[in-house]
Design a protein around this ligand. Structure first.
Ligand SMILES: NC(=O)C1=CN([C@@H]2O[C@H](COP(=O)(O)OP(=O)(O)OC[C@H]3O[C@@H](n4cnc5c(N)ncnc54)[C@H](OP(=O)(O)O)[C@@H]3O)[C@@H](O)[C@H]2O)C=CC1
Ligand SMILES: N[C@@H](CC=O)C(=O)O
Length: 818
């Protein structure tokens, strides 16, 4: 058995990486319809279940319908009964034979034969008496078959007929007798095995078989979770989650990754095609989370229903119900109206206006109740269209938006849901697809939630986070951006409910857990956001190697880290292709010139049809600061330590002194300018003496004085000629079409354009077809905490703008019919 899900339950519950799993899994009929479907289910179980989990099953495919049709035949046309029974038998035999070994199949067929004998007897004697028993065979066969397959191929398993323990009160809408059911369950459960339980069926206190009605197996699953205290229930079904509207008719509907319990219940009550009100009933203490996922696409993240923080509470969705009745009577005023609302579990009511909205099936019962109160009633056919979200009745802005969306419609009234989580428009006509799409668009158009993960909390990362709270409040584009992850080399804090930005560091200190790569990747591939942005502010090559995986997951990357953009040509091109294929955005404004707009200038020239011929300049803030400041009055090594303390240098300043950092920047610019080359194509002068090259960073810094004589000599030699030394980068396109690229120390005259910079400034000189004789110059601070963190924020706003723009491009597509 795969134990991937057996994850230690870590103490910091807020940290989503600490999530653990104790699960009830329910597979619906369509997920178990054919041998191929069942194979898929076995795969899911292999990957997602552990021993002592419970699997609840519906009948295979349309077996329940076939059983019901056979039952009808027994009542009406006994002549075709035998062949209908034979078909039931045959369908099961085919599944058994194609999925089990010959020996087990033989045993299963023997059990089946005995069942067929039993049901034939019932159907040919007194079928009415045995309707529920007869219908129970679907789940029984399905559970027995799956358990046998699991025992043969996956792990020890047993099947449980829910009638052996699940007791309900059939007079009270299938209310479970928890005490007796649990006691009896404890007697039949087998530890150390995977139990496969029949959904849909149960017994009453007299032991008589009862069925749990439409979508009864979903209800069985949540009952099992409540009985056993499971923390998670997954409904594996043929849809991949709950959407902000029915996606079959609203093409722009978005998947809701996380739904608060109350909102989910409201959706179930108001016509959501996947959720049913009864399913959520047993989950009263809110510690169990319910997941809806597709068994046909099980790598795809579904919807999780449970207790969540603020972000999930901001989601809005739209649902409708046609074929309802508006019942108006003076008995629906005041307290009596409240009583009626409660008694008939009305969709909505208004005790001041004197109406309730009910289903057509309730008309008779309502009329009878009113007759007993001796009041008149009028019934009018209506439909409802509701916007659903956490406590929306208290949100004036949502109400105003809903009203605006409906302003051209005939609306009888807009009522508050009795459960606070929806605003319900009562329509005198059926809700049309166009109206549904229009209202959905208006209610959800701004509601894409973007998760932000920051990797690297050092010198630059810290400043980036310090700026974040103000950015979030003052930039409207960042309205739906939520900090959800913080990562250093050893620790990680992930919180789907958002990390309070003003306390990011304190929370990281208190709650971060040891970095676990597998858990982090698994979270990243299942994150509950519409978009996720990872900001890489690490100096780590290892972290940069994750970009490909991020892009495959559709995750966007902002990198201050230069490794990926200056990696081998093959790797770099692969990254670009993967990002493009998965519509992932990759920005790295700060990799060259920190916050300077050098990247924008190059991209603009290229996009406008110009061709770049040469770029040269001073690309290192560190080396600029050092050489502009150094006059041989203080040792060079002392200045280097100063630069390190100011946060200008790389974490290991040898990256700067060796020329590697400049070499990477030149490569990045050349690629941006449309040239294909690699680091080895760029000559690089290393200014670190060999003796210092192999030391640890600490050892190097301790011995940095060994640099001093070399730089003193170089300075004095240049000064003798009235010149200065600067570290210059340059690539230029030769007449033969070759690119010539190098980085190294140069002796410049004092009036050279690269000689008189403010310490730490970068200068970029671009020659292109349009800027040939008089080159384009970009100059300014090219390193440091503020400008780099600022450049990263510029990338963040840029990505969010592109994502918003992308969303606006989603037009209402061909609309189907309801
Ligand atoms: N200084 C500047 O002006 C500029 C810097 N940059 C780039 O910014 C990046 C960060 O620089 P700086 O802030 O000075 O570096 P620091 O050394 O100060 O901080 C690095 C951070 O990255 C974390 N880290 C290291 N490896 C990993 C890993 N594998 N996974 C997750 N986190 C990791 C470190 O964690 P821990 O604390 O556990 O070690 C630390 O939090 C570098 O790539 C640099 O080139 C870009 C433009 C300008
Ligand atoms: N060390 C680098 C920092 C920015 O990339 C520099 O000095 O330019």
């Amino acid at each position: 058995m795969n134990q991937v899900n057996v994850v230690e339950q870590l103490t910091a519950e807020r940290n989503q990486l600490a999530k653990q799993a104790v699960h009830v899994h329910k597979f619906g009929g369509s997920s178990l319809a054919t041998a191929q479907c069942i194979e898929r289910v076995v795969d899911i179980i292999r990957q997602h279940c552990q021993l002592n989990d419970l699997v609840v099953v519906s009948a295979n495919g349309d077996t329940t319908d076939a059983l019901f049709a056979t039952y009808q035949l027994a009542l009406e046309r006994q002549d075709t009964l035998t062949s209908a029974i034979a078909q039931l038998y045959q369908a099961q035999v085919e599944l058994i034979k194609s999925l089990l070994s010959a020996a087990t199949a033989e045993r299963m067929i023997d059990y089946l034969k005995s069942d067929i004998q039993q049901l034939t007897h019932w159907l040919t004697s007194t079928p009415e008496q045995y309707q529920a028993d007869f219908l129970s065979f679907g789940e029984l066969w399905s559970a027995r078959l799956l358990s046998a397959i699991l025992s043969e191929r996956v792990c020890p398993s047993y099947y449980l007929d829910a009638r052996d323990f699940l007791v309900i009160n059939n007079d009270q809408q299938c209310v479970v007798d928890n005490g007796i059911s649990l006691e009896q369950f404890n007697q039949v459960t087998q530890l150390g095995k995977l139990g496969v339980v029949t959904g849909y069926i149960s017994k009453d206190s007299a032991g008589k078989t009862c069925t749990l009605g439409r979508n009864g197996s979903d209800y069985s699953a949540t009952i099992m979770a409540s009985l056993t205290g499971a923390l998670n229930v997954t409904l594996w079904t043929d849809v991949d989650g709950i959407y902000s509207a029915d996606p079959r008719v609203v093409p722009t509907a978005r998947k809701l990754h996380r739904l608060p319990n109350g909102v989910a219940k409201e959706l179930g009550r108001l016509g959501n095609p996947v959720l049913h009100a009864k399913t959520l009933q047993p989950l009263t203490d809110h510690s169990t989370h319910l997941h809806v996922a597709s068994s046909f696409d099980y790598q795809n993240t579904g919807t999780e229903i449970g207790k969540f923080g603020q972000i999930a509470k901001q989601e809005l969705s739209v649902t409708y119900l046609n074929d309802l009745l508006l019942a108006q009577s003076e008995s629906f005023l005041g307290q009596q109206g409240e009583q009626a609302q409660h008694l008939f579990a009305a969709i909505c009511s208004d005790t001041e206006a004197g109406y309730i909205v009910i289903s057509q099936a309730q008309q008779k019962a309502v009329s009878q109740w009113l007759a007993s109160h001796d009041t008149e009633v009028s019934f009018t056919p209506v439909a409802i269209l509701a916007t659903v979200g956490h406590k929306v009745v208290h949100h004036g802005d949502v109400k105003a938006r809903f009203k605006r969306a409906l302003k051209h419609e005939q609306v009888f009234a807009i009522a508050n849901s009795p459960f606070q989580h929806s605003l319900i428009a009562i329509l005198p006509q059926a809700c049309s697809v166009e109206l549904l799409n229009h209202v959905h668009h208006d209610m959800t158009k701004d509601a894409r939630h973007i998760g932000l993960v920051v990797a690297g909390l050092g010198n630059i990362g810290e400043r980036f986070l310090q700026l974040l709270p103000k950015q979030l409040t003052q930039i409207p584009l960042l309205e739906n951006l939520h900090l959800v992850g913080l990562i250093s080399s050893k620790k990680a804090l992930i919180n789907n409910d958002g990390i309070e930005v003003s306390q990011a560091f304190a929370l990281f200190e208190q709650e971060a857990k040891n970095y676990d790569h597998q858990l982090l990747m698994s979270w990243l591939s299942n994150h509950p956001y519409d978009e996720l942005i990872v900001v890489d502010i690490t100096p780590s090559e290892a972290f940069s190697l994750l970009y490909g995986e991020f892009f495959k997951q559709g995750i966007h990357v902002i990198g201050a880290n230069k490794w990926a953009a200056s990696s081998s040509t093959e790797h770099y091109n692969d990254l670009l292709t993967t990002a493009q294929q998965h519509k992932s955005l990759w920005l790295g404004n700060t990799t060259v010139g920190a916050g300077l707009p050098i990247n924008y200038a190059i991209q603009d020239l290229i996009n406008s049809g110009d061709q770049i011929i040469e770029i040269s300049g001073i690309f290192s803030g560190t080396l600029s600061w050092l050489f502009e400041t150094y006059d041989n009055s203080v040792p060079f090594s002392q200045l280097l330590l100063d630069a390190l303390a100011q946060g200008i240098t790389e974490p290991d300043p040898r990256e700067d002194l060796s020329g590697r950092d400049v070499q990477r920047k030149l490569l990045i610019l050349a690629r941006m300018a449309g040239f294909e080359l690699s680091l080895t194509d760029i000559d690089c002068q290393n200014l670190v003496p060999e003796a210092l090259q192999q030391l640890s960073t600490e050892e190097f810094l301790a011995q940095a004085a060994a640099l001093d004589s070399y730089f003193a000599d170089a300075y004095l030699q240049a000064a003798d000629q009235g010149c200065c030394i600067r570290y210059i980068a340059k690539f230029s396109l030769q007449d033969n079409g070759q690119l010539c690229a190098s980085v190294g120390l140069a002796v410049l005259t004092e009036n050279d354009a690269f000689a008189n910079l403010t310490p730490c400034d970068n200068v970029f000189q671009i020659r292109s077809h349009w800027y040939q004789d008089n080159p384009l110059l970009i100059r300014g601070p090219g390193a440091g905490r503020d400008v780099t963190a600022g450049g990263l924020h510029s990338d963040l706003v840029n990505i969010c703008r592109q994502l918003v723009h992308r969303q606006q491009q989603v037009k209402l597509k061909g609309i189907n019919t309801l």
